[in-house]
Ligand binder design. Structure first.
Ligand SMILES: Nc1ncnc2c1ncn2[C@@H]1O[C@H](COP(=O)(O)OP(=O)(O)O)[C@@H](O)[C@H]1O
Ligand SMILES: [Mg+2]
Length: 349
């Protein structure tokens, strides 16, 4: 059991900064998710924690120990990768057992530990199969079992679900959540999928181009995004972001007039979530524009219009119907809006 501290952890290759001054205290047993688009430095951060990559600057502490100079095998971390990394000529049992052999765990303990780990990921019936005879989801579960078989101090998981199809991703995600609850081992989980981040994390770290944008619980990040990047990354659909001007406390943009922003003036970006807005009587809402598209989602109808230089979505009731180009109006009161500085993108207030 161990917490992790990152202190000014930086990775440069020549002039290129892969990860910039990453500072974070990760609590013992926390499930921390690193979230961001491809290339933002997630894998690099994880590889530095595992010891597969040396930081250019900064310190990494696991438990009480500064681990910068420790070999990967001496850090007591277990990694699960996107590409499962199984040994093709060993069966499931031997794959799961392998870390115990490498770490010279007494032979007498192997069988019980392999069976316990494989039971946790529901692989009991597949122990004699070779990886080639397994589905993608089963292979990823072998990789998970291989990580949990030796109860390390820290789990590192790098996009473990991204090779699975959509349905399997959802069920394996639930399994990882359940597993983390059972095992209570500090876990760092990397993904570019905001839904995975929101559903799994105790806290989420949103990254962009090597720089941490926000650290918070899923609720904090959803309710109070720190800037337009986070606002535009979290939620499905992501937050609507309209460009406009606040004059005399009213936000003005093409298709939008929203009073109630006293004390603000000048160019801003006004954000709101599709699910916070409601359909208004024609011409009565703060956002009014012709319909750009209508999508039937089953539990709701998503209506999109163009306002403030962007396409903005409004979640309407499931039986709501309209047509492209028809007039549409939505209630978007100031109380559901988030304001951001037009230049920096940082949250105002
Ligand atoms: N060995 C390397 N040499 C130079 N640049 C690298 C190296 N490894 C990764 N990078 C760059 O660092 C950035 C972050 O990469 P990575 O951590 O793999 O991103 P992510 O996992 O978030 O997709 C990318 O722009 C990538 O091209
Ligand atoms: Mg990566």
């Amino acid at each position: 059991m161990a917490g992790i501290q990152l202190k000014g952890v930086t990775k440069r290759w020549g002039d290129f900064v892969g990860v910039q001054e990453f500072d974070l205290d990760i609590a013992d047993r926390e499930f921390l998710v690193l979230l961001g688009p491809s290339g933002c430095g997630k894998t690099t951060t994880m590889r530095m924690i595992a010891g597969l990559e040396d930081p250019t600057d900064g310190d990494i502490v696991i438990g009480e120990t500064r681990v910068n100079d420790l070999d990967p095998k001496d850090r007591d971390v277990a990694m699960v990768f996107q590409s499962y990394g199984l040994y093709p000529n060993m069966n499931v049992y031997e794959n799961i057992r392998f870390p115990l052999k490498v770490r010279k765990v007494p032979e007498g303990e192997h069988d019980e530990r392999v069976r316990r780990a494989s039971a946790m990921v529901e692989l009991d019936d597949f122990l004699h199969r070779k990886p080639a005879a397994l589905s993608g989801g089963q292979r990823q579960r072998v990789a998970l079992a291989r990580a949990i078989v030796r109860t390390p101090k820290v789990f590192l998981m790098d996009e473990p679900l991204s090779n699975l199809d959509a349905k399997l991703r959802v069920s394996t995600r639930a399994q990882i959540k359940n597993l983390s609850h059972e095992l209570k081992v500090t876990t760092i989980y990397v993904t570019h999928d905001q839904i995975e981040a929101m559903t799994l994390a105790d806290r989420v770290v949103v990254m962009k181009q090597g720089v941490v944008q926000q650290v918070g619980t899923p609720t904090e990040i959803y309710d109070r995004p720190a800037n337009t990047f986070v606002a535009g990354f979290i939620g499905s659909p992501a937050m609507n972001l309209m460009e406009g001007e606040v004059v005399d406390g009213t936000f003005h943009a093409n298709g939008a007039e929203i009073p109630g922003f006293d004390g603000v003036k000048g160019s801003v970006i006004c954000g709101f979530r599709a699910e916070d807005a409601t359909v208004a009587e024609e011409g009565r809402g703060e956002v009014s524009a012709p319909v750009y598209s209508m999508e039937l989602l089953g539990d709701s109808t998503m209506v999109t219009v163009r306002a403030g230089g962007a396409l903005v979505a409004v979640k309407a009731p499931k039986d709501f119907r309209t047509e492209i180009k028809a007039a549409f109006s939505a209630n978007v009161p100031a109380s559901i809006c988030h304001l951001f500085d037009a230049k920096t993108g940082e949250r105002i207030g």
